[in-house]
Design a protein around this ligand. Sequence first.
Ligand SMILES: Cc1cc2nc3c(=O)[nH]c(=O)nc-3n(C[C@H](O)[C@H](O)[C@H](O)COP(=O)(O)OP(=O)(O)OC[C@H]3O[C@@H](n4cnc5c(N)ncnc54)[C@H](O)[C@@H]3O)c2cc1C
Length: 446
Amino acid sequence: MAIPPIARVESDARLPEEVDVAVIGGGIAGIAAAYYLARAGRSVAVIEKGAVAAEQSSRNWGWCRVQNRDEREIPLMQRSLDLWEGLPAEIGADLGFRRDGLVYVTRSEAEMARWGKWVDMARGFQAHSRMLSAAEARAATPGNDGAWIGGVASPRDGMAEPFLAVPAIAEAARRAGATVHQRCAVRGLDVTGGRVSGVVTERGRVRAAQVLLAGGAWSAMMLRRHGVHLPQASIRSTVFLTRAAPAVTPGGVVTPDITISRRGNGGYIVAANNRGRIELTPAGIRQARAFWPTLRSRWKSVSFGVGTAFLRGPDAWAGTWSLDRPTMFERDDMRVLDPAPARGVEEPGLAQLARSWPALAGTKAEASWGGWIDSTPDAVPVIGPIDALPGLFVSTGYSGHGFGIGPGAGRLAADLLLGTPPIVDPAPFRIDRLVDGSPIREPGMI
Ligand SMILES: Cc1cc2nc3c(=O)[nH]c(=O)nc-3n(C[C@H](O)[C@H](O)[C@H](O)COP(=O)(O)OP(=O)(O)OC[C@H]3O[C@@H](n4cnc5c(N)ncnc54)[C@H](O)[C@@H]3O)c2cc1C
């Protein structure tokens, strides 16, 4: 099975002719924004080409962390953790959110130095992370005999259940008045007199004075058709899920050999080889310069290759297209971007799991999947208006850590659309930082 076991969301039968806000994309960015917009009394339609959360928003580890975030994201992530904490009671649903803490351990002095610098910086934000000595690192990874020289722990971070959380927030958005339309691709924006006036979907037009593009890996392609440049490229990542196994951690652990996230049902999400794969694509070639600083800093954590992504998918060449005919968003193999998991991951992964924690020997894999992680050159998302097309806003480019920050990001996008005071300063998330020629800041750690 390549698609994670996501909870199903009901679609609304009738596509409205007009709404205040049309949201493109039913991942966490679009769904969380729709929830807060609907609660504020706006009429909202979420239009999703495949199924709610079927792309990145269910394929992730579920981590909700301040730890190792770029400084610009910390206030939004702290607000997001508060929202995660309150959401279950607010919407009456279990999102699997728990603050069980995250632990990173290492054998590398350089890594310790990087974490130390980050902890010093984050102290200014009252972050709870603290460095671990070698003995503390060992104590924080019971049952694992690694020769750690130290680590860092963030006891107030945690995780939510990726298969449940976004569908549950989508149902809450529907109860608040939003409508959700799945298997309904947006072919493009409707633009009247230089302003966005709605969207053109495969089932017809929806008029809207405001449109929020939260298309994950597909956002840059959609923007390009309408003359807006967003530097964005994707990395393929693979994880697998195990059956229930003995508890060796309540939360998440990163070691140099393996990353594990304990799920509510006792299984683990495992990433045994954290090297993401960058496939050669037209979008990648076009933007190689913008991404060069990021690539240089992450050289050892990626591999390169050529695959079908060159011809199909969000980073393929698309140019422009007609809104009157089926588009690539409607292709059967593109409704849900479902990259094949890397081959040969489960067996060595299970072997590594057993080497790392002998108590987990014999654990069985249940499923594995791949995910396209969309990234910006500085690994910080873009949340805000597109000045060249009044009425259009984007919330995208979450660069491998958009699940945890999702509720905060949804709330921030909603504030900007509503014109109410934003929960955090939105300036660091503006698109201008990536496209106005100013030097791009080096990315933070992921
Ligand atoms: C293996 C893996 C592990 C990760 N681990 C973590 C983690 O532990 N913590 C964390 O915070 N983040 C993690 N992430 C990243 C996180 O999953 C993403 O940053 C986040 O889910 C992005 O949400 P999104 O809503 O922007 O995009 P998506 O979830 O990809 O949603 C975008 C949606 O837009 C739809 N769409 C696109 N174009 C159109 C169109 N034209 N018409 C209609 N619909 C359209 C797509 O079908 C899709 O459903 C991980 C990601 C992966 C792949």
